[in-house]
Design a protein. Structure first.
Length: 170
């Protein structure tokens, strides 16, 4: 009886040792699938965050431009003269490469920034006012191989700038 029992244990142990590489392979595949799913979740969340940030920036810019009576451009900053209930105030938008800062009367109030999101801007003279073009670019994630950057552009109508009224270009 003991010989049979030992033989069964030996056969069971041999089968278990033979299954260990298969179990290890299965665990490795499941680990890879879970890791990729978490990566894709993070990338999707970053893209949704960039879209939300872009939308709130454009909404704020449009609101300030709607109430603006004039503007001037100085380097990487756009200064709007905004009329409000409490009188005239100056709102400054500073465009860095990866963020936009809005300050009202010199105190910083808001910063728009997101992972892989960059900002660009330009102003051109228009018929009824100058046009502010804001470009938001979401660069592809590090592991993306055949993906191009996603670009979004918004156009905001500004009142004529001080340079435009004088006859120059902004």
């Amino acid at each position: 009886m003991r010989a049979r029992r030992g033989r069964r244990r030996g056969l069971l142990l041999t089968q278990l040792v033979a299954l260990l590489p298969l179990i290890a392979l299965l665990v490795a595949v499941l680990w890879k699938v879970a890791n990729d799913a978490m990566y894709l979740q993070r990338v999707a969340a970053q893209r949704a965050n960039a879209a939300t940030i872009s939308e709130t920036l454009v909404r704020q810019l449009r609101g300030d431009a709607w109430a603006a009576t004039g503007y001037e451009r100085s380097g990487d900053a756009l200064v709007l003269d905004v009329a409000g209930r409490d009188g005239q105030r100056r709102v400054t938008y500073t465009f860095d490469g990866d963020s936009v800062r809005r300050s009202d009367q010199g105190s910083e109030q808001r910063v728009w920034r997101a992972a892989r999101l960059s900002f660009g801007w330009s102003i051109e003279a228009g018929r009824f006012g100058d046009l502010l073009h804001v470009e938001m670019c979401v660069s592809p994630p590090a592991r993306a191989q055949a993906t191009s950057p996603k670009r979004f552009e918004a156009t905001v109508v500004l009142p004529r700038g001080r340079e435009s009224r004088a006859g120059g270009s902004p």
